[in-house]
Design a protein around this ligand. Sequence first.
Ligand code: ADP
Ligand code: MG
Length: 694
Amino acid sequence: MDTSTGLNDPVTTLTGVGSRIAARLAGLGIHTVQDLLFHLPRRYIDRTRLHAIGSLLPGQEVLVEGEIELAQVQYGKRRSLLCRISDGTGSLTLRFFHFSRMQQNKLVRGSYLQCWGQVRRVANKLEMIHPEYHSLSSEELGQVEKTLTPVYPATEGVSQAKFRKLTIQSLDIFESATGSLSELLPEEILTRLALPELAVALSFVHRPPPEAEVDKLLQGIHPSQQRLSFEELLAHHLSLRLLRGQFQQHRSPSLAKNENIIVAFLDKLPFQLTGAQQSVLEDIQQDLSRNSPMLRLIQGDVGSGKTVVAAIAALQALKAGYQVAYMAPTELLAEQHYINISNWLEPFQIPVRLLTGKLPRAEHDLVRQELNVSEAQFVVGTHALFQESVQFACLGLVIIDEQHRFGVHQRLSLIDKAGDLQPHQLIMTATPIPRTLAMTLFADLDISVIDELPPGRQEIKTIAVSSERRAEVIDRIAASCRQGRQVYWVCTLIEESDALQCQTATDTCEVLKETLPDLAIGLIHGRMKADEKAGVMAAFKAAELDVLVATTVIEVGVDVANASLMVIENSERLGLSQLHQLRGRVGRGTQQSDCVLIYKPPLSDFAQIRLETMRQSNDGFEIAQKDMELRGPGDLLGTRQTGLPALRIADLSRDAHMLPEIQNTAEILINNYPEHVQLLTKRWLADRVVFANV
Ligand code: ADP
Ligand code: MG
């Protein structure tokens, strides 16, 4: 790389950066002048035009100016300084909760102010709270900025003004440095996509010229921004491919397929595998027999039968003499899988253990010891499996269920656990991700899809009912129960407060018991002890309970085939994928299933679309697609969920159209410009976690 000294110098070489600011910048991953150049504006604000006060609307962020009509301290619940300005078209109140005497003295009637801030409506008047402002002389009226003002991702102790000053200095160094920054994208790509060179794009986004197309810039679709977004997504994609390359250097145990045991296992199943299950299983079996690690993602809609596929894969590892760890996202699910898998594997004399955080200390210790000396062959657990203290004697396969709950880092920390031989990894998810997106974001994985449901499944009929008709719903549900149907009744809350959710479920359960004394009603929530939960689930499975009142702990994985009615309260507050997951708890048998979404009116536009989508579709792919349109894939996948570091400028929903071209470009770079691959990932991801532990 061209190392023009200026750009690689530490930020302390810039004016205005002492050790305090440098430390704060380091917190944002900014160490050098070049890092500052890649600290890109998150958005822009438009101070190029003044707004007439009379035309303001609440919510707008605007620049206004006017003459001070009044400035006084108001004593109320909170003391505040109020300053009213007028520009002849209307008047606006500026409100300051924190102010100094000096500030107060400067706000004199008859003088002029220019202010920038967000307009709010308070008691039918328009206000700005803590606007940025400065005084003007009458000659200075009407003077505005010539260009859009960048807004940088900030950190405490470094103001926007500081960032603007620092980036201006960095740009000067950049522009005067000979050779400057290397262009790492091939010219053929830039030409084909009509994207500007790096140098042009960087200067542009930090200091948009006056003639820049404001609308495009504000939307993030200006070619200069797109060029940088493209490069950023490419860097992420490449980093995953590098990661995969490094991962594949490792050796893994080659686990031969054992036809006899699989036949014996399939014989005992009460059903036949679907064609889709079979073909995915074949992919896995091939991977396992190799001596390089499998890293395979299985996508399959809720109820498509992923567990049994995983169990057969496990058999292959177990039979070859290796241990298998099966990781579930919740305690409840781990417990359920533990029961199922123990039953399935019982005829084969394979010891199965459960390891969750809730286990009593002594039991926990025992399981760990067993794993350590290879007495326990198959362990089902939660995050507890990641703990430092868990050491496997000969881990051959790791199965991660409901991957959308975990991230890349967790995948890695499991990898890190292994000794000389890397275990194979099978990752399962019910959140279908469109193919191009998956290939970009999960470029470190192979992907198989179970695109078929077991035969005989009926569409789940879904209705949405206002909470005003809750009593009616209860009556109808009671009638269904008396005809032998089993019901889940899910209580949700918008706050992520576990305690509140449990309380609501407990209360609902009490009310239902009182109203319906002839029905057997059970309760399950996350705060119950493991054996209590297991007892309730077993009772529900054995049809000793008619109704199971639950929190969202039952969201994933719970499998009771004869439950055929799902009631979800406050459904307007849940996202589509969560609704789809919850609904997927029914419709697992062959009888007709129903889902009742109770909502509190009035519905927001988005909530209305969500409920409508649920009514119209049972297809996980379709629902995920809609979810992505509504929330954007960044949100759907979430940085937490993908484990990808946050994006600086790219936005997955806005920039999704680039993904095919990004893969294409990645190929070109890997084949023709291999030295650029490292440079690009270093430029955008630097010391970020993606490379840890590999
Ligand atoms: P998911 O993919 O959501 O994890 P599960 O593995 O929980 O789905 O399977 C859902 C239900 O379907 C389970 O009761 C399972 O035993 C059953 N099942 C799985 N495969 C088949 C099949 N091929 N035919 C019929 N039932 C099946
Ligand atoms: Mg499952």
